[in-house]
Design a protein around this ligand. Structure first.
Ligand code: VGL
Ligand code: ZN
Length: 399
């Protein structure tokens, strides 16, 4: 498997930061776009204590960029940068971090600097990155970030040493250039050592290699999948679920009650349904699916559908993403009750009584889906803040 390594893309290394790399911010949009081409993304983070030995300020009479010896190793002195728990040490504000599987920190030992994301400069301590990549079956790494002539260079050289096929994505890196040709010398040194020097445009041409995935069981509606060491459920030909927070003109919340086989209990849930194959691509198609499900389950047609939020329904158990909609302008056109065998009871609960009603159902032994409370949160907070709800574009329900 291939992994993308985002090296030290941190606020302090951007223009305006404590140790600004010229044009450091230019790597961010490229790094964001590159992430979509890898199924595994890892970041490194320079993470120094305030008393770090690489800071000129900690050596009386010394200035940034002077050379000293630190515990037997040559050391360039730097301005104070990437101090733990500061804004400057955080990953760059514009960097998409939702897909970063892990962040490896380095440079925490006051007596040792650590340019490479794999080891400190004396190769005395490992950060764990190498082991972790190997445990994830990574054989090939693509390196980008800051700074070409320091942390990027040493990270790429160590990756090679550890046996990874190593690529440098040149246009997704920027360097310090303390001496005018430091960057080009660093690139030459990496290339000489065996790093393949490439451009993001070349990477975008490569197909995305999916992670090693085994289908342990393929049912009619669900598969059980193993990816790495993780097992999870995935729906067949479906890519999400719509949950509908529906309030009638009389301020009544629509809830559904049904017997659920996996939990052997009656449950109270928001009306919901799966978002099919063709959906998920546009907000409208999701809204259409939500409108259809609401009609099937409750017999109500909704005039407006507004997306409230989206997220994982149970991220350790299933790949499912749920989209929470608010439905308004409700008109009852049929009895609902779901498609055959669903045997759904629709409840219309006055909003002001919802909490007491749910508590009573819970006491009676029914299981309340916590997403019901998420829906109530949105109803209550939209009133408190007086947010005007935007109507969604409407069209007649499908089918
Ligand atoms: C770096 C100098 C000092 C880097 C970190 O990320 O390249 N450079 N600390
Ligand atoms: Zn540093």
């Amino acid at each position: 498997m291939k992994a993308l390594l985002l090296v030290d893309i941190q606020n302090d290394f951007l223009p305006g930061g404590a140790l600004a790399v010229p044009e450091g911010d230019r790597v961010i949009p490229v790094a964001n776009k590159l992430q979509g081409r890898f199924s595994l993304v890892v970041a490194t983070q320079d993470w120094h204590p305030a008393n770090h030995g690489s800071f000129a300020a900690n050596h009386p009479g010394k200035k940034p960029f002077e050379q000293i010896e630190l515990n037997g190793l040559p050391q360039t002195l730097w301005p104070v940068h990437c101090v733990q728990q500061t804004k400057g040490a955080e990953l760059a504000s514009g960097l998409d971090s939702g897909r970063i599987a892990r962040v490896f920190r380095k440079g925490a030992d006051p007596g040792l600097d650590s340019y490479s994301g794999f080891f400190d400069n004396g190769h005395r301590l490992a950060t764990g990155l190498g082991e972790w990549l190997k445990s994830n079956e990574v054989t090939e790494v693509y390196v980008c970030g800051l700074a070409t002539d320091y942390c990027v260079k040493f990270t790429a050289l160590d990756a090679l040493r550890l046996g990874f096929k190593t690529h440098l994505i040149l246009d997704a890196c920027r360097g310090v250039n303390l001496r005018p040709d430091d960057i080009s010398r660093a690139v030459d040194e990496m290339a000489q050592a065996g790093v393949s020097v490439t451009q993001s445009g070349e990477v975008f041409k490569n197909p995305v290699t999916p992670p090693l995935r085994t289908t342990l069981f393929a049912g009619k509606f669900l598969s059980l999948v193993r990816e790495g060491h993780w097992e999870y459920a995935e729906r067949v030909k479906v890519n999400g679920a719509a949950i509908i927070v529906a309030v009638t003109e009389e301020e009544k919340l629509l809830l559904v009650e049904q017997y659920r086989i996996p939990v052997h209990a009656r449950t109270i849930e928001m009306p919901a349904g799966i978002i099919g194959d063709e959906c998920g691509t546009t907000a409208e198609s999701n809204a259409e699916a939500a409108r259809r499900e609401l009609l099937e389950e409750t017999g109500y047609i909704a005039e407006h559908l507004e997306e409230l939020t989206r997220g994982a329904s149970s991220s350790g158990l299933a790949s499912e993403i749920v989209v929470l909609f608010r439905a308004t302008g409700l008109r009852r056109v049929s009895n609902g009750g779901g498609v055959e065998h669903e045997e759904i009871t629709v409840h219309e609960v006055p909003l002001g009584e919802a909490h007491d009603w749910l508590a009573a159902k819970s006491r009676a032994g029914l299981l309340i889906d916590p997403k019901v409370y998420a829906g109530l949160y949105f109803l209550e907070s939209s009133r408190i803040s007086g947010v005007a709800l935007q109507p969604m574009p409407t069209s007649p329900p499908a089918g």
